[in-house]
Design a protein around this ligand. Structure first.
Ligand code: NAG
Ligand code: NAG
Ligand code: NAG
Ligand code: NAG
Ligand code: NAG
Ligand code: NAG
Length: 616
């Protein structure tokens, strides 16, 4: 069941940006409230269901799950762990008893006022059949008592009382270790129950932490790193010199998104700039620096005197590599949750545009890596300012401001790919219109042009035809046991559907969304053909879905593999992205050969002198 938790988190994080980790954009207070509730419903429902499932297993390992989640919570959110300990301490017995009595998760969530689930249920989930009005009534009554206990804790006052909190936490840890010790002995039924309770406590702790974290919308005072706009949240170890390029692969908007900074104390040193070899330093962090002894020339001017570009990506979750690892189906296999959370469930290190980790995706797994292969001087020269939920309005308002860019930067090969969110709306009438799309694209381009170095290139990509999702997935079985169609309906019912216009049983809606997507694509195409900019040359390419399907057909690969199994919505990072990178690259070599530049004839020398160029 853990996957469902993940899916929900993701879907909501992705598309409704309830927890945009530092950048939360929700139009109105009412919408905020509504979405928060729906989000809580899915999370609460799922995690409590997990607890139930585990309680009834022979060897429940909720402790492990909880440990992993709690451990994964970054240090700078630790205050929430304390709050959560307090909550659990106060309400423990009642909550555990409720769970052991098989109350339906949804009812507990509703009664605890953690969520209002609109009465929705996921068909064929493990709890089907257990539900009854009587349960619901009892749950509400008993949980009323829980709430009373929670209120009696007077949390705000307690959290200010450091000493008291520390003592409480200490007690909890001690208790936990006692129970672990008992595990070694022979157990009777009562003992077993006790242990299960402990495990449930641990899980609840994780659950409450996640609820609290997500409810607070991840705007911690000391978050560190960069927010979705790419701006530093506060002075931190993530980007000490505030040049937007982070010095590590940790924290928010870390070096998975942009080439790693090789001097995080000096804002004049970072990827993406012209390197004049000042003081024999590596100014642009491409690993080429110093003076060649024979000629007295800098290595940078000797070896990197071809057009070196950076790769830039404007986009959405599909272009940032949204993904939940399938291994997480099994709680024991969860790993790196901290990294994944801080990367907003995206895997930009593997994405088709700026993916950089060649041991994960191969030397040809992304456009950046292919560019780097041609010209090793491009090492670390990339910026991905896409974010989950990205749509055309975010181009100007969020993503351009997140760029590190002046007219003196390295020219870029850029991609603009908002492939669906503009038509993924609750109502067809809310979809972005062609006029809006045109106006938002043009105003973004005009601002970007002023900031861009001469000789920059930008490929506008069309929207996808999202009907592939329903067509391929609806009658397949989701890992939860329901069909994808059932999952889509549950998501719609509970208000957490990331794309109610495409992920729906209603063919009229799906067709209308695809029609609008096509209309918007045509606007982008026309702009690329008619708008002349000073520093940016524009191009246009349809989203290459048909070519991806051709690839599948040719290689006898079932097309559903192009879609993420967990969410039934995104292109799959471990499969589709690599195909996409290859198709886009081939398109560039045929249609825009001058955009990708010549092969650097000094590549061998660079390798000889600079080895791995400082790594990643
Ligand atoms: C680099 O290219 C420029 C212009 O093409 C040329 O003037 C310069 O001499 C070149 N530098 C080296 C070290 O080859
Ligand atoms: C979890 O890991 C084990 C051991 O590596 C593996 O056998 C199992 O298939 C994994 N579970 C999932 C769901 O991937
Ligand atoms: C790149 O991916 C490999 C393979 O998963 C991993 O071992 C390595 O740590 C990654 N590199 C970095 C710098 O994270
Ligand atoms: C799903 O439906 C399609 C036709 O709409 C059919 O070709 C396919 O075999 C079905 N798949 C499953 C798993 O039932
Ligand atoms: C639930 O399971 C039944 C029987 O396996 C199936 O017919 C039905 O379509 C499923 N419902 C959903 C929403 O997946
Ligand atoms: C399908 O969607 C269209 C457009 O939103 C709507 O007018 C129609 O009533 C819907 N059909 C069903 C069966 O819900």
């Amino acid at each position: 069941m853990c996957i469902l938790a993940m899916i929900m988190m993701i879907l909501v994080i992705s598309y409704h940006q309830v927890a945009g980790f530092g950048n939360v954009k929700i139009s109105s207070e009412a919408a905020d409230k509504l979405r928060a509730n729906n989000f809580d419903c899915t999370i609460c429902n799922v995690l409590l269901t997990m607890v139930e499932n585990e309680i009834h297993k022979e060897n429940p390992r909720l402790d492990l799950f909880a440990e992993k989640i709690c451990d994964a919570i970054p240090e700078h959110y630790s205050k929430y762990k304390l709050v959560c300990d307090l909550l659990v301490k106060g309400a423990l017995d009642v909550i555990v008893n409720m769970l052991l009595k098989d109350y339906p998760a949804t009812e507990i969530c509703v009664a605890m006022k953690f969520a209002s689930c609109n009465g929705c249920r996921l068909d064929n989930s493990t709890l089907t059949g257990k539900y009854s009005v009587e349960y619901a009534e009892n749950a509400k009554r008993e949980l009323g008592e829980v709430l009373a206990q929670l209120n009696a804790l007077q949390l705000p006052a307690l959290t200010k009382n450091k000493e008291m909190m520390n003592q409480l936490v200490k007690d909890m840890v001690t208790a936990k270790f006692e129970k672990l010790a008992q595990k070694e002995n022979n157990k009777d039924a009562a003992q077993l129950q006790k242990e299960k309770k402990a495990q449930v406590v641990a899980l609840l702790r994780a659950w409450i932490v996640s609820l609290v974290l997500l409810k607070k919308k991840m705007a911690p005072a000391k978050a560190g790193g960069l927010n979705v706009r790419g701006q530093p949240v506060v002075p931190t170890a993530g980007d000490d010199d505030h040049d937007l390029f982070p010095g590590s692969h940790m924290l928010l908007r870390n070096a998975d998104w942009r080439g790693m900074d090789c001097d995080d104390k000096n804002p004049g040193i970072k990827p993406g700039i012209y390197d004049n070899n000042q003081n024999n330093r590596d100014m642009n962090c491409n690993g080429v620096y110093g003076t060649e002894p024979k000629t007295g020339e800098s290595y940078e001017s000797l070896y990197c005197n071809v057009t070196t570009r950076q790769v830039i990506m404007f986009g959405d979750s599909a272009s940032s590599g949204f993904h939940v690892p399938p291994e997480w189906l099994d709680v024991d296999n969860m790993s790196d949750l901290g990294f994944v959370l801080e990367d907003e469930f995206d895997w930009p290190q593997k994405c088709w545009s700026t993916g950089w980790n060649s041991s994960l995706i191969g030397d040809d797994g992304s456009v950046y890596l292919r560019m780097r292969q041609r010209n090793l001087c491009m090492h670390r020269q990339y910026q991905n300012v896409g974010h989950n939920g990205g749509k055309i309005e975010n181009f100007l308002s969020d993503q351009i401001p997140g760029l590190s860019m002046t007219p003196n930067s390295l020219p870029y090969l850029g991609f603009l790919a908002y492939i669906g969110n503009d038509v993924c709306k609750d109502e067809l009438s809310e979809m972005t219109t062609t006029d809006q799309y045109y106006e938002r694209l043009i105003s973004g381009l005009n601002v970007l042009d002023k900031r861009s170095p001469p000789n920059s290139k930008l490929l506008l990509m069309g929207l996808v035809d999202g009907r592939i999702l329903f067509n391929q997935m609806h009658n397949r079985t989701h890992p939860l046991g329901c069909t994808y169609e059932g999952l889509y309906n549950f998501l719609s019912c509970s208000g957490a559907n990331p794309c109610p216009t495409w992920l729906t049983s209603n063919a009229t809606r799906r067709n209308a969304a695809s029609q609008r997507a096509q209309d918007l694509s045509m606007v982008a195409k026309k702009v690329s053909e008619t708008v002349k900019l000073q520093n940016i040359e524009l191009g246009y390419m349809d989203f290459p879905l048909d070519k991806m399907l051709d690839y599948c057909a040719k290689n006898n690969i079932p097309p559903y593999l192009l879609i993420e199994a967990f969410d039934g919505f995104h292109t799959s990072i471990n499969f589709a992205d690599k195909i996409e990178a290859g198709i886009i690259w081939d398109w560039l070599t045929i249609n825009k050969p001058q955009w990708i530049g010549p092969i650097n004839s000094y590549n061998t020398q660079i390798q000889q002198v600079f080895g791995n160029q400082g790594g990643f």
